[in-house]
Design a protein around this ligand. Structure first.
Ligand code: TYD
Ligand code: MG
Length: 465
């Protein structure tokens, strides 16, 4: 028997040490180092194997487009890039209770409908519980094979028997363990070894394996980051606990784009696909209240309209608060700085809060103009026209710059009943003019501020009459 040195592994990053220490030198995390038995590197009693020779090939072979296995859940397939690639392994992360198990049982059921063999292995729930959920979702009649198992060797042996399943869901990777390693389930070594075994099974058999991964308090997929590097795609299922919509996004995808999102709504009977998310994100809009602007954005290949809300309120604090949800804190600071420096808007005595409605997270710089409009509208206490959308990037000089895909944004706005768009001038050259919207061009932030301030005095004058 080979001697196995104890090793101390950081549960955050997977770095190994020979003795315990309070802080991981590799990632800087405190108190994350746990003693684990090392992986067996040598199989006792067997001589090391000599390397086998294999043929090397050139790049110019016949490259087939990876065949896709569409699940039938359109919002899910959109995120994976048009369906699963056989033999690929996906990791799905998300907060507890967000709906990962629900989503995957629905995906498995949808695939199972097409005479495909799907297996759902739960390490967290008993078969009866999983069955109860399926019944509640109206999926009890579909042919998904259920099991409550946690030993990887048993799972791989069972799945290798008979016809290879097209899809295997492992819920969750943290509950699985393999005999090869002595550490407890959920530790870095176990998770990594279990994931490795499942990846080997997927590559060998051509089955698609989806691993569910838990998420830690700070939003990382728990266990080793290395699992993220091992799998073909990392998906994240997100949402505000209090709200009904859920967003699926790809953080990594070897076979497709990472900028597409899938939108779902959690209902009493499972997750419902939202094919037109703009309607959902705008559905609870309060018309005519100051501090809100509608941003015409693009998520992946799909235009998406979303409301941006701002509150600018006088503060008694020495350092005013700047809080932002759903947008980049640095971009907010930049927009505020441009407003102060070029537009004469004094904000140092005000707290500023910015929120993207519906729990959506916007990454596009195109949202600058809408955010600025919402901020100025709140400060001036003047509501923006409720039938207008905004988009445009703001540069440090205060100029409003054109953004990509203006025509698609305008088209979506038109479709949802908006009548005008406040946009940078150059956007019209992209063929935005014939969308049936009245276009208002702003070339600088100063012009926008002037226009909104003008609305306020106009409103007052009308009020007096
Ligand atoms: P679940 O899929 O178990 O979450 P996860 O696997 O990510 O931990 O979902 C649990 C939550 O979803 C639970 O709070 C109840 C809610 N839910 C519904 O609202 N409707 C449903 O039809 C189902 C099955 C769950
Ligand atoms: Mg679950």
């Amino acid at each position: 028997m080979a001697r196995r040195d104890p090793s101390f592994i950081c549960q955050n990053c997977g770095a190994a040490y020979t003795r315990w220490q309070g802080k991981c030198d590799a990632c800087g995390e405190w108190n994350s180092i746990v003693e684990e038995a090392a992986e067996r590197t040598k199989i006792p009693g067997r001589a090391p194997r000599k390397g086998r020779l294999f043929a090397l090939e050139s790049l110019t072979g016949n490259a087939q487009d990876a065949p896709r296995l569409a699940s039938g859940v359109a919002e899910f397939d959109r995120v994976t890039g048009g369906g699963f690639v056989p033999g690929s392994v996906l990791l799905l992360g998300g907060d507890p209770g967000i709906g990962k198990s629900t989503l995957l049982i629905q995906v498995a059921a949808a695939l199972g409908r097409g005479e495909r063999r799907c297996a759902y292995i739960s390490g967290e729930e008993a078969v009866a519980q999983a069955r109860l959920r399926a019944e509640r979702l109206g999926l009890a009649h579909t042919q998904v094979e259920l099991a409550a198992e946690t030993v990887i060797e048993d799972i791989v042996a069972t799945l290798s028997e008979g016809r290879t399943p097209e899809l295997v869901v492992i819920d969750s990777i943290q509950t699985m363990w393999t005999d090869l390693v002595d550490s407890a389930p959920g530790t870095v070594t176990q998770v990594r070894a279990s994931a490795q075994a499942l990846i080997r099974f997927a590559k060998r058999s051509g089955a698609v394996v989806i691993l569910v991964g838990h998420v830690t308090k700070d939003g990382q997929i728990a266990g080793p980051r290395v699992v993220e590097h091992m799998v073909d795609a990392v998906l994240s299922f997100e949402g505000e606990g209090s709200q009904q919509f859920r967003i699926l996004r790809a953080l990594k995808n070897r076979f497709g784009p990472t900028d597409e999102i899938g939108v779902f709504e959690m209902t009493g009977s499972g997750l419902r696909e939202i094919a037109n998310p703009s309607e959902l994100f705008l559905s609870e809009r309060e018309l005519g209240s100051p501090g809100t602007a509608v941003f015409a954005g693009i998520e992946g290949s799909r235009p998406l309209l979303v409301e941006i809300q701002a509150l600018v309120a006088p503060t008694s604090l020495g350092t005013p608060r700047r809080a932002v949800v759903g947008w980049d804190q640095n971009r907010l600071s930049m927009v505020l700085a441009v407003l102060e420096a070029h537009c004469g808007v004094r904000l140092s005595g005000h707290d500023v809060y910015l929120n993207v409605a519906g729990g959506l997270r916007i990454q596009e710089p195109a949202a600058d103009l809408a955010a600025a409009a919402a901020l100025v509208s709140s400060l001036a206490n003047a509501a923006l026209p409720s039938d207008a959308v905004y988009f445009g990037e703001i540069s440090l000089s205060g100029a409003v710059r054109p953004v990509a895909q203006a025509a698609a944004r305008l088209k979506e706005a038109r479709k949802l009943g908006f009548a005008r768009a406040v946009i940078p001038e150059a956007a019209s050259s992209e063929g935005g003019g014939d969308q049936g919207l009245s276009l208002e061009f702003v070339d600088s932030l100063t012009a926008l501020v002037g226009e909104i301030a003008g609305r306020r005095t106009e409103g007052r004058r009308r009020g007096r009459m």
